[in-house]
Design a protein around this ligand. Sequence first.
Ligand code: 3PG
Length: 336
Amino acid sequence: MEIRDVREGFEKRIRKENTAFFHDQIKIYRKMKVLVATEKPFAKVAVDGIRNVVEKNGHTLALLEKYTDVNQFYQAVADADALIVRSDKVTKEVIDHAKNLKIVVRAGAGFDNLDLEACTARGIVAMNTPGQNSNAVAELVMGLLVFAVRNFYNGKSGSELMGKKLGILAFGNVGRNVARIAKGFGMDVYAFDEFVPADKIEEAGVHAVANRDALFEACDIVSLHIPATAETKQSINYDVVNKLHKGGILINTARKEVIDEPSLIKLMGERTDIKYVSDIMPDADAEFKAFEGRYFATPKKMGAQTEEANINAGIAAANQISDFFATGNRKFQVNK
Ligand code: 3PG
């Protein structure tokens, strides 16, 4: 039975027997307002899917897309019970404006855009949807790599990925998908993840290396899949990237914050063989652009921008919210 039917059942009972019990039940099953706030919108088909899940569960959907001013976000969230976002920043100010908010779901993997402390302080449950967009990001890694080794399609002879040594830094959902696809290209794949034991990496047919520096030393290309945390921010610097083989490529589809941009710029000035390809526009885009033919950044983060990823992550978020309201399920909570 769907939540909407349960609620309607209680409403009928209230009309017959006006008891406190049925009033309490109605409160539990009341209609919740779910706001989707996406500066970079989901594909329409994904929004339709989210709406379907939300309404099927007896709730209502509000949509704020392509907003240009944070005040629009503050206004839209004011009466929302639940919030679905992508990379949109859910700051303390957003939380302060969201008087009814009970749950926020980041439709995606990285939740560095959520102020978890502010959520916890207000008793708001914060979740992500791990794994839902990882194939999309992994496919983009391979697309950007082909683009890079073919000299950004400038017409000159480039090289092939087959036989190249690819290092994957962090072997989570995206890293595993990159390994799977890269093996199809005939690449020799290596990985390091401080939280994944070497035997788990080897089980996936990937060479496990002892630490991050050993990964850079062993490889022609390194693909970053680390989250942005206090430990990882600015951790990819001159000394680390300098360990790459001659003609090395650093590819970043994770977060710009993990790069120490000034020191990478210094290195690229000294080592004219190194390329940097990023799915997140660096702060120092203008300076990187000076390395013509060795630098490329997507104008907007494109990793998860596929209909499939939008559907997977968006619908997972809608289901997690509906489930939370119906049963209290907190499986994907990240602010425990
Ligand atoms: C993620 O963390 O899931 C990806 O970076 C995707 O971000 P996006 O939803 O803003 O495209």
